[in-house]
Ligand binder design. Structure first.
Ligand SMILES: Cc1cc2nc3c(=O)[nH]c(=O)nc-3n(C[C@H](O)[C@H](O)[C@H](O)COP(=O)(O)OP(=O)(O)OC[C@H]3O[C@@H](n4cnc5c(N)ncnc54)[C@H](O)[C@@H]3O)c2cc1C
Ligand code: FES
Length: 351
């Protein structure tokens, strides 16, 4: 039986088959709606359920918190329709919308930042202008792996000309990142679709900022912190960078320099593996889990704005800690670096 999905604030409707998701129905009928992973992981497709009969498929709490669900927010990509449904997009203040672009980019350089993280810098050749907010990500498709789309967060600031990404190379040589490490070279072309994601800098926040990054999760956090400091965010900014061991640390000189320039900025490097002596370093080392260091430093975090990025277990722990120490759900912004879904992805240019 066919039912109808309506986006109230757009005043547009699409027919849907029972069991289709809200997002599938809207995209199939060319109705513009923000989305990314289509797998309940990123939260980009969050919207308000105004009325109707839906059944929700499983999703990550990073994408939609219990508190938000309690307030009638749903994920369009996870909500199957079993009757007429009306949804409303979330208000524009919570969602900055940059034009969605499909860019052709040329690799400028590929440099090792650590033993398993590469820095990829690219020039935009066509498809721009590309505007994004610090903390957002894009979907990259490489010529050596057509159809395999992977999400990577912009490490560059929005005002920089070149795009920069930090890519962790998975141990498997068959992984997209493993093949990338072996094959990608200056001059290669890469398709970049975006920007995507809602875990971006809210510069008008009136309280302190806490950023926690694990591994290549430093990419979006770098962009957020640099943008906030350069653009005059005048509250304290605390950055905690969690890495396993000394060989996983990068961006230290830049963090030390930022600390010198901005007195309101403090960076902490926290190593989870306690073995091994560290030679003299620019920033002191702390030991343990990165979230343990945060917990030791802040008994209360009421009024904080928080940004977390990196491995899902770290993002989970940081989110739980922030909630327990009084951070409001609306002030917790997180990108958990889930591996890509095996579900087929619709690229922006096909919409
Ligand atoms: C919103 C978002 C932003 C992201 N931003 C970044 C970023 O800035 N930098 C970055 O490095 N990554 C980022 N990721 C993760 C990235 O998109 C890849 O999915 C991830 O790095 C997997 O790498 P791959 O594509 O090479 O592996 P695949 O080709 O998907 O997998 C190949 C093999 O590796 C295994 N594998 C995949 N992930 C892991 C893992 N974490 N540990 C062990 N084995 C694994 C798979 O099971 C498979 O066997 C982001 C993810 C999301 C959702
Ligand atoms: S959670 Fe729906 S598109 Fe990612």
């Amino acid at each position: 039986m066919s039912v109808t999905v309506t986006v109230a604030d757009l005043n547009q409707s699409a027919p849907a088959e029972e069991g289709q998701t809200v997002l599938e129905a809207l995209l199939a009928h060319g109705i513009g709606f923000a989305y990314s992973c289509q797998a309940g992981n990123c939260g980009t497709c969050r919207c308000e359920l105004v009325s109707g009969d839906i059944m929700e498929r499983e999703y990550s709490e990073h994408a939609l918190s219990a508190d938000e669900r309690g307030r009638g927010i749903i994920l369009a990509c996870r909500s199957q329709v079993w009757g007429d449904v009306v949804v409303r997009r979330l208000d524009a203040e919570s969602f900055i919308v940059h034009p969605s672009r499909v860019l052709r980019c040329r690799v400028a350089d590929v440099t090792a930042l650590t033993h398993d993280i590469l820095r990829l810098r690219m020039d935009i050749v066509s498809g721009g202008p590309f505007t994004f907010s610090a903390g957002q990500f894009a979907s990259l498709e490489f010529a050596f792996a057509p159809g395999a789309v992977r999400d990577y967060s912009m490490a560059s600031r929005p005002d920089e000309k070149q795009l920069e990404f930090h890519i962790r190379v998975m141990p498997s040589p068959n992984s997209v990142s493993g093949r990338l490490a072996a094959a990608l070279k200056p001059g290669d072309m890469v398709k970049v679709s975006g920007p995507l994601g809602t875990s971006y800098l809210r510069i008008r926040h009136a309280g302190a900022m806490l950023c926690v990054a694990g591994g290549s999760g430093l990419a979006p956090i770098k962009s957020i912190v640099e943008t906030a400091l350069e653009d005059g965010f005048d509250q304290p900014v605390h950055l905690y960078f969690g890495a396993r061991a000394e060989r996983d640390v990068y961006f230290e000189a830049e963090l030390a320099e930022l600390q010198k320039r901005f007195r309101r900025f403090r960076a902490h490097i926290v190593l989870s593996e306690s073995e091994g002596e560290t030679a003299t370093t620019l920033l002191p080392r702390r030991r343990g889990l990165v979230t343990e260091a945060v917990a030791a430093d802040f008994a209360a975090m009421k009024g904080f704005k928080t940004y977390f990025a990196g491995p899902p277990p770290m993002v989970d722990a940081a989110t739980a800690l922030a909630r327990a120490r009084g951070v409001e759900s609306r002030d917790i912004h997180a990108d958990a670096f889930f591996p890509a879904t095996t579900a087929p992805r619709q690229l922006a240019e096909m919409r």
